[in-house]
Design a binder for this molecule. Structure first.
Ligand SMILES: O=C(O)c1cc(=O)[nH]c(=O)n1[C@@H]1O[C@H](COP(=O)(O)O)[C@@H](O)[C@H]1O
Length: 257
C-alpha cells in the first residue's frame, strides 16, 4: 500500500495512545480486542491510524509486540499506518530509525524531529521514497510552549517558517502526483499557522494533532489530516466503542459534509 492513498480517504486520523489502567485486570488482551473493534467500526471514516510509540514502549516488550500486531491488522483492513515516534538523530542513527519504521513496515509514515538539521532527515526521506511511505516533520507543535523555540524570529521570520521553506524545497524532489512524501506536522491548536504554512508548502500533506482533547477544532482543506487520540479512542475518558463511532461521525460531518 502506498501511504499517499491516505490523502484520498476521509481526512480523519485515529490516534492510538493506549492507557493500560483503563483496560481492566488483563489490560493487554482487552486493549487488543478493543483496538481491533475500533479499527473495524471506524475504518470507512478514517484516513489512517497513528500509533504513539511511547505509549506502546511503556507497556514493555509485550507492548512492542502488540504495536506490530495492531499495525499489521490496520493494514489488513486497508488503513495506512503512521508511527508517531518523533525520531531524530545524526545520519547513521537516523538510518536505523528509518529502517525500523519505514522499511520494515513499507508504505507507512513516521513523525520526525528536524531540529538536529536537515541532513539528518535525508535517510528518512530516502526510505520513504523507497518504501512508498511518508515522513511527517514537526514544524509547529500543538503544545502551549511550542513558541519558545519554534516562533523565535530568525532574519525577521519565525524559525518554523524558515524550516517550512527549506522543507518545501527539499520536498519537491519527493513529490508524486499532487502530494509530496515530505509531510509536515502543524498543531490544530494554531489554525492561523496552518494557513501560513500551507501558502509556503502547497504539496505537503499536513498532520494536524491537537484536535479534541487539546482544544483544537477540525480544519478542512486539501491535504489536511486531522488527528485525534483521546477524543476518538477514549471518548468520555474510557474505552467506549459506541462513543468512538459517534465521535468519528461528528468529526466526519465537520470535515466532509
Ligand atoms: O506528532 C504528533 O502526532 C503530535 C504533534 C504535536 O504537535 N502535538 C501532539 O499532540 N502530537 C501527538 O498527537 C497526539 C495527541 O493526543 P490527543 O491530545 O489525545 O488527541 C499525541 O499522541 C501526541 O504525541
Amino acid at each position: 500500500m502506498d501511504f499517499l492513498l491516505a490523502l484520498s480517504r476521509p481526512p480523519l486520523v485515529l490516534g492510538v495512545d493506549p492507557r493500560p489502567e483503563l483496560h481492566g485486570p488483563e489490560p493487554l488482551s482487552h486493549l487488543r480486542r478493543y483496538a481491533l473493534e475500533v479499527f473495524e467500526a471506524l475504518a470507512p471514516k478514517l484516513a489512517a491510524v497513528k500509533f504513539q510509540l511511547a505509549f506502546f514502549e511503556a507497556l514493555g516488550p509485550e507492548g512492542f509486540g502488540l504495536l506490530c500486531e495492531l499495525a499489521s491488522a490496520a493494514r489488513v483492513m486497508g488503513l495506512p499506518v503512521i508511527f508517531d515516534g518523533k525520531r531524530g538523530d545524526i545520519g547513521s542513527t537516523a538510518e536505523a530509525y528509518a529502517r525500523a519504521y519505514l522499511l520494515r513496515f513499507p508504505g507507512s509514515a513516521l513523525t520526525v524531529n528536524p531540529y538536529l538539521g536537515l541532513d539528518t532527515l535525508t535517510p528518512f526521506f530516502q526510505a520513504a521514497r523507497e518504501s512508498q511511505g511518508a515522513v511527517f516533520v514537526l514544524v509547529k507543535t500543538s503544545n502551549p510552549g511550542s513558541g519558545f523555540l519554534q516562533d523565535l524570529l530568525v532574519e525577521g521570520r519565525p524559525l518554523y517558517l524558515r524550516l517550512v521553506e527549506a522543507l518545501a524545497r527539499k520536498g519537491e524532489g519527493y513529490r508524486e502526483g499532487e502530494w509530496s512524501r515530505v509531510g509536515m506536522v502543524v498543531g490544530a491548536t494554531y489554525p492561523e499557522v496552518v494557513l501560513t504554512v500551507r501558502e509556503k508548502a502547497p504539496h505537503a500533506p499536513f498532520l494536524l494533532p491537537g484536535v479534541g482533547a487539546q482544544g483544537g477544532r477540525p480544519l478542512k482543506g486539501p491535504g489536511l489530516l486531522n488527528t485525534a487520540s483521546r477524543a476518538l479512542f477514549y471518548p468520555g475518558g474510557r474505552p467506549d466503542l459506541e462513543g468512538a463511532l459517534q465521535a468519528a461521525e461528528d468529526f466526519h460531518r465537520a470535515l466532509v459534509e
